[in-house]
Ligand binder design. Structure first.
Ligand code: SF4
Length: 411
């Protein structure tokens, strides 16, 4: 059996071609017959993509405009993959986190992060630092609320991660395995059933470029106009800095790129991101300079701010120099403190000063309000309360499925 979500439309066309051949008339050449079969197979593949990805039909028998023969062949050879939801949980800010069971009993997480137009990330400065819930306004609205103008799916690319970034809970757990193409695509497909997802970020569990071929193929499927039909600007791959893979990515698929930078000297960055020992800041930024950006597009540099480690004005000054000449914007992410880490969050004033330094120098710098903190769905915190994919289940924190949470720490 082939999983439908592992197929690009071109691959599906190839599979359908032998079924799409017409009876040859004596005057027809092999070339003509092949051309006709390709045309018919392409039409059928489009129909099937529409049924599955746009109408969310998973039963071949319900695809009424497909021939009986074709439906029979599909039933025997192709399966529409489903992720089964083990748990889901909604945070006070509307962020919704899902724990999926995979067929080998591993688990992965995806998150829907809603945002409304009027919610600017710069609003950070006006928030109450004493808020017991999170750094924003509890909204108590679901992801299906019409209030949201953007619904971002944050998806996983691996079970665990090998990169071992020191500030990241997934990194602490190590790599279990790569996700297959259908497991990546289906996260978006499942989330789209729940809410009209507008953006995709590969910022969940895993280093997407470490699972390069599967991630690239999944992007091709997500970009397909007959399928989930995301635009290249709406898909962002975030990497810790695998330089050769960044170079290759630019040649293979047109999506947005985000770099998890988090340091302004090699010494500093290597201390928190071991990947920097292999590809240092200079090599990484060299790859960014060569990355083929389309017009009006920018690379996003994510910068997790860690108290007394990378949050000084000297860091801001070095950062300004480092990214000079690269069309870019900076996302400052004040660290989310959790009991699995000794790192601390800088004060609001420090973050504000850092941001101001950059903005005074005409650098676009936003402060990302970490979403879903009460359910630990924020950056670098995925999988923390669901337990690890290696079978250490820590579900005792759960008060029940879909209950708004008041948890703030990992037990
Ligand atoms: S921050 Fe990203 S790359 Fe680093 S360990 Fe965590 S999941 Fe892996």
């Amino acid at each position: 059996m082939i999983y439908f979500q592992s197929l690009t439309k071109t691959e599906l066309v190839e599979l359908l071609k032998p079924l799409s051949r017409i009876k040859a008339r004596p005057e027809q050449t092999e070339e003509e017959l092949d051309l006709k079969a390709t045309k018919k197979a392409r039409y059928r593949a489009q129909q099937i993509f529409h049924w599955v990805y746009q109408r969310f039909v998973t039963d071949w028998d319900q695809m009424s405009d497909l021939s009986k023969d074709l439906r029979g062949w599909l039933k025997e050879n192709v399966e529409v993959f489903r992720l089964s939801e083990r748990q889901s949980r909604q945070a006070l800010d509307g962020t919704h986190k899902f724990l999926w069971d995979l067929s080998d009993s591993k688990t992965i997480e995806s998150v829907i992060i809603p945002a409304a137009l009027q919610e600017k990330e710069e609003d950070f400065a006006t928030e109450d630092p004493e808020s017991p819930t999170y750094r924003g306004r509890p909204v108590q609205e679901t992801v299906t609320s019409p209030k949201w103008t953007r619904l971002t799916a944050c998806i996983s690319s691996q079970v665990g991660c090998a990169m071992a970034c020191k500030f990241c809970l997934t990194g602490i757990q190590g790599l279990d395995r790569h996700l297959q193409v259908h497991e990546i695509v289906t996260q978006v497909h499942e989330l789209r059933r729940i809410a009209p997802i507008t953006n995709i970020v590969f910022m969940g569990m895993g280093e997407p470029l470490h699972n390069f071929e599967n991630v690239v193929k999944a992007c091709e499927i997500l970009l397909d106009q007959d399928g989930l039909n995301f635009s290249k600007r709406k898909i962002t791959i975030s990497t810790s800095g695998l330089v050769p893979a960044i170079e290759e990515l630019g040649k293979r698929v047109d999506v947005s790129l985000a770099i998890s930078l988090n340091g302004t000297t090699d010494e500093q960055r290597s201390a928190i991101m071991p990947v920097n020992k292999k590809w240092n800041i200079e090599a990484l930024l060299g790859a960014c300079r060569r990355y083929p950006l389309g017009s009006h597009r920018r690379i996003t540099f994510e910068y997790v701010m860690l108290k007394d480690l990378n949050d000084s004005i000297e860091d801001a000054a070095r950062l300004t120099k480092l990214i000079r000449g690269i069309p870019s914007k900076i996302n400052l992410i004040p660290f989310n403190e959790h009991s699995g880490s000794d790192f601390k969050r800088p004060s609001d004033e420090t973050v504000r000063q850092f941001q101001k330094y950059l903005m005074d120098r005409k650098i676009t710098a936003t402060v990302r309000i970490s979403r879903g903190q009460d359910i630990l769905a924020a950056c670098g915190q995925l999988r923390s309360i669901f337990g690890t994919a290696r079978g250490t289940e820590r579900h005792r924190d759960w008060g029940g499925v879909n209950q708004p949470s008041t948890l703030n720490t990992v037990s």
